[in-house]
Design a protein around this ligand. Structure first.
Ligand code: GTP
Ligand code: MG
Length: 263
């Protein structure tokens, strides 16, 4: 995609900078993933298109995103999959053409999902595969279920294994650690903390790539890192420097992120 843009920009005499700015989206899969995207929109992610994909029609109708995609309507009749990840994968595969036409224009695709249910767990790997097929760099940010969500961990781990094979980088955040950090928060607010963190990771990466600063990474660096790196580490930098030499990339402290990362 980048090579194509470069060629077009050089040949066409078009706005070079605009054409070379990578197109980025975040795709929330399933209920939890869509909720994350909804909250991400409220925190204001500039330059990132928000997309939600779900089997649950009612839930999708309440999501604030630039694009939404209802999948599996004929099988799930607009409801969820009832925790059936194989069904989630099956309905996503059946509509892979629609998924591909959603993702094909992007250079970087972030995928977010709460793993352990049916739609997000089953669809996220299919979305990753589609985006990768069209040349995007794919970064997945997914959560492990709470211990009290009995039986969901196995489903989650199977989904994560598939995701790891397809995404360039998979960042796993553990909901249980969230409970340790914010034990007294109601679940909805605890999810908001997690979603805020997911938002900050995406924001940090996109700002680092898209905005100019002294210590900077551009899309080509990011691409090289993702294509050739194995494990990935997300590092944040903050500075009170009045000249703002280093851009503040996050409000979340690094220790919070470290706490939440699954071992
Ligand atoms: N970060 C975050 N995680 C959530 C949220 N809601 C649920 N989860 C987590 O995501 C897991 C999967 O749940 P859902 O996303 O509701 O399931 P789904 O993908 O819609 O799948 P089905 O409804 O079974 O088809 C849950 O077990 C929770 O651990 C949310 O609002 N934010
Ligand atoms: Mg659901």
């Amino acid at each position: 995609m980048l090579d194509k843009l470069l060629k077009e920009a050089l040949e066409g005499g078009c706005d070079f900078e605009a054409r070379l700015t990578p197109k980025i989206c975040v795709i929330g899969c399933g209920g939890g993933g869509s909720n994350s995207v909804h909250r991400l929109m409220r925190t204001g992610l500039e330059g990132v298109d928000a997309i939600a994909i779900n089997t649950d029609k009612f839930h999708l109708s309440r999501i604030d995103a630039q694009k939404v995609l209802l999948i599996g309507e004929r099988t799930c009749h607009g409801y969820g999959t009832g925790g059936d990840a194989l069904l989630g994968e099956k309905v996503a595969r059946a509509e892979v053409d629609r998924i591909e036409s959603l993702v094909r224009e992007y250079d970087i695709v972030f995928i977010t999902a709460g793993m352990g249910g049916g739609t997000g767990t089953g669809a996220a790997p299919v979305v990753a595969e589609s985006a990768r097929k069209h040349g995007a760099i794919v970064v997945a940010l997914v959560t492990l279920p709470f211990d009290i969500e009995k039986g969901r961990l196995r489903t989650a781990l199977l989904g994560i294994a598939k995701l790891k094979e397809r995404a360039h980088s998979t960042i796993i955040l553990d909901n249980n650690r969230l409970l340790e950090i914010v034990p007294k928060l109601p679940i909805e607010q605890a999810f908001m903390v997690m979603d805020q963190l997911i938002a900050e990771v995406i924001k940090g990466v996109t700002e680092t790539i898209c905005e100019t600063s002294m210590i900077n990474l551009d899309f080509a660096d990011f691409r090289t890192m993702m294509l050739h790196g194995g494990a990935s580490t997300v590092l944040y930098g903050e500075s009170d420097d009045p000249e703002k030499v280093v851009r503040s990339t996050t409000r979340c402290s690094m220790s919070t992120l470290r706490e939440l990362l699954a071992p």
